[in-house]
Design a protein around this ligand. Structure first.
Ligand SMILES: Nc1ncnc2c1ncn2[C@@H]1O[C@H](COP(=O)(O)OP(=O)(O)OP(=O)(O)O)[C@@H](O)[C@H]1O
Length: 676
């Protein structure tokens, strides 16, 4: 038998492992799941006769033709993968050529090897010609060593090529996700995006990594083996090839059942994992309510269910493989009998008989190999479609062609009859809102929960764009300037402040590229966090952990404030930026923020009215509009919506505090509401 230079292939090719079958069935299950989830049928379901039309999957489904991979489907899957991967191959033509050359050499050797048996037996051993024997062995040894070297060499390039392509796809995907508009993240589950990077990318990776060894090489060897069989004895080859389809009967019957069982297994495993994830996340509640035993009971039940599914799926997957090996064995007996008969009748030589046997095995195993690759490629094609769908999502936040940079903000930020509604929601959050925010002032945006305060800031940042009307800065529609220049002039602190898994210093420095250590410390001092940072053993080099988990909510918020301050922005946007702070720290930061706000514009959305009393202006948002506007004293004097919010927050009956506050505001001028 010809030496196999590719170890991975030789191990599972010669004896198709149950793992390979399991993998194939599991992948097919993933494909089935995808199809069921998306409600789509297979690509070629326009053909009424197709067997791959997918009925609902349920436990009683006895339709054995549920999923049979037709040649058309396999070809469609391959073409989907190849057309997706082709643009990436352009950068790696040299590597591709090396791999193709290696595969050709290996195929050639694996034809020469069985063929040499014929000459070895008939010409050398049969004729006792030692000259010929040495020659044949010598040629084989040289060819074997050469092929082995080539195989090791091209495997290296193959591994590198696959890694490069996947890395490029991952990069492109990540870059694209960065550019997607905020609305996409609003309507898409986080897990869905993550699964493009994990499940789908690894399915594509699986097919790319194994393509040379599990598809190209077996396919070429299959063709070469058939040619060799026909060359040796076409009658015997015809018998062998005619009965080869018999080997497909077992998989045809059992594959749908195995696919179904694997699908069920996947569902159970996913649910088990979900349970572990939920459990780990809810440890505090579980401990506080002593729920350990109850949770263990739920887990055991699900675990037993999964155990039964795994056993059944493994057995069925193994049976798919077994039926192939049993059919090949029976077929082999037929070929052996006919071949032996022809040899005894002298119609073929012993050498031809033995070589035919060898070619027969070659063809059998290569058929099995190609068959194993089909579900892998179908699963991978489904993954490619998912990835492509994500890549096809328009990056609406991108700049218009030739958009200019936003000049320095000098006058105002204006909402000009802005109506905005989130995707999928029934009512607009902002309804024909007109509002002029003069720069250089500290402005608070207050209002009931859900009134649209954060939305207002999101529109200024162009995280979302209005459905009607426009947001302008100094008269220029912010959609018409570059996003980079718009955001460069702003800094924002959110309520939920995401820190990155890096040091405190690096997190603060994210606000300003190239900021010096002194600037970082200055910003931290202003955000009232410097003293705490200095108390840590690693000080500014302390890693904050994933999402800043090693810090308290208030500490994260102060670091986020430092990150915003260091940017030295024209416009500082604060969205409930001090919600996680205690009153003393909040008061200190409020003072700092008011100092920082001098000479720039600060727009602060908040619930805590005590934070906004010193602001230049307070705007009350309700029902999608600005209903009141003025200083704290003016708005109290108005005795309207702001007054009610203030009283509610101070737990005073509406009107009870009026006398006191009215006294406070005696000197204040009344100012008209700017509601437009
Ligand atoms: N991404 C989103 N997708 C759909 N609806 C959203 C989204 N974000 C906010 N909303 C809805 O829009 C409305 C306004 O939300 P927004 O966060 O602007 O209010 P808010 O005044 O800042 O509220 P709070 O004071 O509670 O933070 C709410 O009804 C909210 O449910």
């Amino acid at each position: 038998m010809a030496p196999r230079s590719s170890d991975n292939r030789s191990s599972d090719n010669r004896s198709p492992s149950s793992d390979t079958q399991k993998l194939a069935a599991a992948d097919a299950a993933a494909e089935l799941e995808d199809k069921l989830a998306s409600g789509k049928q297979a690509e070629d379901d326009d053909d009424e006769e197709d067997e791959d039309e997918l009925p609902e999957l349920d436990d009683d489904d006895e339709d054995e033709d549920l999923v049979v991979f037709t040649a058309r489907e396999a070809a469609g899957a391959l073409s989907t993968i190849l057309s997706f991967v082709r643009p990436y191959l352009g950068n790696y033509k040299r590597m591709l050529a090396f791999v193709a050359f290696g595969v050709m050499i290996e195929t050639l050797f694996n034809v020469i090897m069985p063929l040499s048996l014929k000459f070895l037996i008939d010409d050398a051993l049969g004729e006792e010609d030692f000259q010929a024997l040495y020659k044949i062995l010598g040629v084989l040894a040289v060819a074997g060593i050469f092929t082995s070297i080539v195989a090791v060499w091209y495997e290296r390039w193959d591994a590198r090529l696959a890694a490069c392509i996947i890395s490029d796809i991952r990069k492109r995907l990540f870059e694209h996700v960065q550019d997607l508009p905020a609305s996409y993240f609003g309507r898409t589950k986080r897990g869905e995006i993550l699964s493009r990077f994990s499940v789908d990318l690894s399915a594509v990776e699986g097919s790319i990594k194994t393509f040379a060894n599990s598809a190209a090489l077996p396919f070429l060897e299959l063709i070469a083996g058939i040619i060799l069989m026909v060359f040796l004895n076409w009658q015997l080859a015809a018998v062998a090839l005619l009965v080869f389809p018999i080997t497909l009967i077992g998989p045809r019957i059992l594959t749908p059942k195995a696919v179904h069982a694997n699908y069920e297994q996947k569902l159970n495993e996913a649910s088990l994992l979900g349970m572990v994830q939920e459990n780990v996340g809810a440890q505090a509640v579980i401990k506080a309510f002593s729920l350990q035993r109850k949770m263990f009971g739920f887990f055991s039940f699900r675990n037993n269910e999964t155990r039964n599914r795994i056993a059944s799926a493994t057995f069925l997957s193994t049976m798919v493989e077994r039926t192939v090996t049993i059919s090949v064995l029976l077929l082999h007996l037929v070929v052996l009998a006919i071949g032996a008969y022809l040899a005894t009748k002298g119609q073929i030589t012993i050498g031809t008989f033995v070589t035919f046997e060898s070619a027969f095995w070659e063809v059998s195993y290569n058929i099995a190999h190609v068959m194993h690759f089909i579900p892998v490629s179908i699963s991978s094609a489904a993954a490619v479609r998912h990835i492509q769908d994500l890549l096809d999502e328009p990056t609406r936040g991108a700049d218009r062609a030739g958009a200019p940079d936003l000049p320095r903000i000098t006058n105002d930020i204006t909402f000009d009859r802005v109506t905005f509604q989130y995707e999928g929601s029934q009512t607009p959050v902002l309804d024909n809102l007109s509002l002029k925010l003069n720069v250089g002032r500290s402005i608070a945006v207050v209002g009931p929960s859900g009134s649209g305060k954060s939305t207002l800031l999101n529109l200024i940042l162009r995280l979302y764009v209005p459905d009607e009307g426009r947001v302008t800065i100094d008269g220029v529609d912010i959609r018409k300037v570059t996003l980079g220049s718009l955001r460069q002039s702003m800094a924002v602190v959110f309520q939920e402040n995401m820190l990155f898994n890096m040091s405190i210093r690096e997190n603060i420095r994210l606000g300003k590229e190239g900021a010096t250590d002194a600037e970082v410390e200055e910003a931290a001092k202003k955000a009232e966090i410097h003293r705490y940072i200095m108390s840590l053993p690693q000080k500014y080099d302390t890693p904050v952990g994933e999402r800043g988990d090693t810090l308290s909510g208030g500490q994260r918020q102060r670091i986020a404030i430092a990150r915003a301050i260091i940017r030295n922005p024209s416009v500082l946007l604060l969205d409930e930026a001090t919600s996680a702070l205690d009153q003393t720290t909040e008061a200190a930061i409020n003072r700092t923020l008011l100092k920082v706000a001098k000479g720039r514009t600060m727009i602060w959305s908040t619930h805590r009215l005590t934070s906004v009393v010193e602001m230049d202006e307070i705007i009350v948002i309700s029902g999608g509009r600005a209903i009141e506007r003025g200083s704290h004293a003016e708005l109290l004097a108005k005795n309207g919506a702001y007054r009610k919010l203030w009283d509610d927050q101070l737990h005073q009956p509406h009107g009870a505090a009026r006398q006191v506050d009215d006294d406070d505001s005696d000197d204040d001028d009344d100012e008209d509401d700017d509601e437009e």
